[in-house]
Design a protein around this ligand. Structure first.
Ligand code: CA
Length: 236
């Protein structure tokens, strides 16, 4: 994969939108191919082998979701899915089609380019120099490396004790979904869970203190009362 001039396949059926986007991306140093529907996306994907696909969800002939699923059967190419509005985003994220990131319209080109670069960089890092897979869980601006036991939040390295690390790992593995208290306790403490039922909450509180901008108003790890906790998948 070339990181010098990455080749982007833009799949987008809105003509008014696609020209400006292609020009903008070229100006940012990308090579750009355009497909205007899902079938065309599949054939261009096969012929040009892009470094990343920017894939609109609502497309003629074959939806972006179907395109993503088909490509994932045999390729690990980075895919960023584009939804028409943020309400659609939840639905698409929930389908777990295997995209690497999601953006919703309208977005700013600068933000999109930052995401494209981040996804490509991450994919290169995942594949590693020797082809060995580094295990990295990443959601939004939180990145957890399972080989080195390091956590990066908004680009800053954060130190976490083992239990907090494992809590975060469990939540990230289920990002966007509620993880019940029982599941968290079973996964992180197993039979070793001692003390009162507050132990879990105390650890969540410590974790929030380290990764939340404002721990009193958590935006990453939210409480689902009476059920458990959820790692939020960020919307735009
Ligand atoms: Ca569309």
């Amino acid at each position: 994969m070339s990181t010098e001039t990455p080749r982007i396949l833009v799949v987008e059926d809105e003509e008014s939108f696609v020209d400006a986007l292609a020009i903008g991306l070229k100006r940012e140093g990308f090579e750009v191919d355009v497909a205007m529907d899902g079938i065309e996306a599949m054939s261009i994907f096969e012929s040009v082998k892009p470094d990343l696909i920017l894939l609109d969800v609502m497309l003629p002939k074959l939806s972006g979701i179907d395109v993503c699923r088909r490509i994932r059967l045999h390729s690990n190419v980075p895919i960023i899915m584009v939804t028409a509005k943020s309400t659609e985003l939840d639905t698409v994220v929930g389908l777990e089609v295997g995209a690497d990131d999601y953006v919703s319209k309208p977005y700013r080109l600068r933000e999109l380019v930052a995401r494209i670069r981040a996804v490509i960089r991450r994919k290169v890092a995942d594949e590693g120099a020797n082809g060995e897979k580094t295990k990295v869980l990443k959601t939004g601006e939180v990145e957890l490396n399972l080989d080195t036991y390091t956590v990066i939040v908004k680009g800053n390295s954060v130190k976490l004790p083992l239990k907090e690390f494992e809590l975060l790992e469990t939540l990230l593995l289920n990002a966007g979904k509620v993880v019940t208290r029982d599941m968290l306790i079973d996964t992180v403490w197993g039979g070793d869970y001692v003390g009162d039922t507050k132990t879990l909450d105390v650890h969540i509180k410590r974790l929030r203190n380290k990764i939340e901008v404002n721990p009193a108003v958590p935006e990453l790890i939210t409480t689902v009362r009476g059920v458990g906790y959820k790692f939020e998948v960020k919307r735009d």
